[in-house]
Design a protein around this ligand. Structure first.
Ligand code: GUN
Length: 293
């Protein structure tokens, strides 16, 4: 039997339609939702991600501004730009694309006003997430994974969830979301990481596997319980002599073989990826709504 694929593009499109409706309502009240993107250096992936976020915002009627800083930009220059955007009443959301070369990430995320932190990385928003306080913003990729589970009718209550990876952008907030006392969470969550022992044996216990550690095709068929739900967050470049670029992108899951074992599986691309942008746009509109009050 072959896994049912979770269509992230289709679910993201539903969320975008809901967001576009909220944008129209805000505009009818004279409020134009606006997000500022900041990007440092010339990392091709960062450029591509910010470009995609910018295009989608425009499609939805959200105003954008993109500030591009050269590599070598000082911390003070970047923080000054963030403070200016914090103070600008016409700006509702601020996103500084990571990685941020040469500048401590904590100082950057900690300077963004929590009310404009549509990435959900400010310590206040991270703390609210841990405390189960829903008034903050939640990081977009893990929030998107939860939304995929909800909209695919996959229950998490009491489920064994194994999150692979403990990063601040996905792994940690993912675990924090799914362990909450909440009808859409209520899971038994285990995090495994590079220093964990017996990873395959732990992953085999999972009803839901969330792979976010950034190792190409790490999750193999023999690590997956029959019928498990497998969510692939990874984006990894591997050499591919058959591609004109010399590389191809693969997830953290060995798709072809896991597909034969899993019950549900996200394709990659077209699974979790589109959800990150969908949640970012939803957070931006929510920020504009809150700031209008
Ligand atoms: N880099 C990788 N993922 C993200 C994200 O969700 N937000 C930001 N700002 N940077 C990232």
């Amino acid at each position: 039997m072959s896994a049912q694929l979770i269509d992230g593009k289709k679910i993201a499109a539903q969320i975008h339609a809901e967001t576009a409706q909220k944008v129209r309502q805000l505009k009818a009240r004279g409020i134009e939702p606006c997000i500022v993107f900041m990007r440092i250096g010339d990392d091709p992936a960062s450029r591509a991600y910010v470009g995609m976020k910018d295009r989608k915002a425009h499609e939805l009627g959200i105003k954008t501004d993109t500030l591009i800083f050269p590599e070598g930009t000082t911390q003070e220059t970047l923080l000054t730009a963030i403070r200016a955007a914090n103070a600008d009443r016409d700006v509702h959301g601020i996103l500084v694309q990571a990685p941020i070369p040469g500048i401590p990430q904590d100082s950057v995320f900690g300077t963004i006003s929590p009310d404009k932190d549509v990435d959900g990385f400010h310590p206040v928003n991270f703390g609210k997430l841990l405390l189960g306080d829903k008034t903050g913003f939640r990081p977009c990729t893990p929030a998107g994974v939860q939304e995929l589970l909800i909209r695919s009718g996959i229950p998490t209550k009491g489920a064994n969830v194994v999150v692979l990876g403990r990063g601040n952008i996905v792994g940690k907030p993912m675990a924090a979301i799914l362990c909450q006392k909440d009808a859409d969470a209520d899971a038994t969550v285990t995090i495994v990481h590079s220093r964990s022992r017996n990873i395959p044996a732990i992953v085999r216990q999972a009803d839901i596997i969330i792979a976010a550690m950034g190792f190409a095709e790490y999750v193999r068929a023999d690590m997956v319980k029959s019928g498990a739900v497998v969510m692939d967050v990874g984006v990894n470049r591997i050499e591919d002599p058959n591609s004109p670029k010399g590389y191809k992108l693969v997830g953290d899951v060995a798709f072809d073989e896991v597909r034969e074992i899993a019950g549900h599986l996200t394709p990659n691309p077209g699974g979790v990826g589109p959800m990150t942008i969908a949640m970012l746009m939803a957070n931006t509109v929510s920020a504009a709504e809150k700031q209008a009050r």
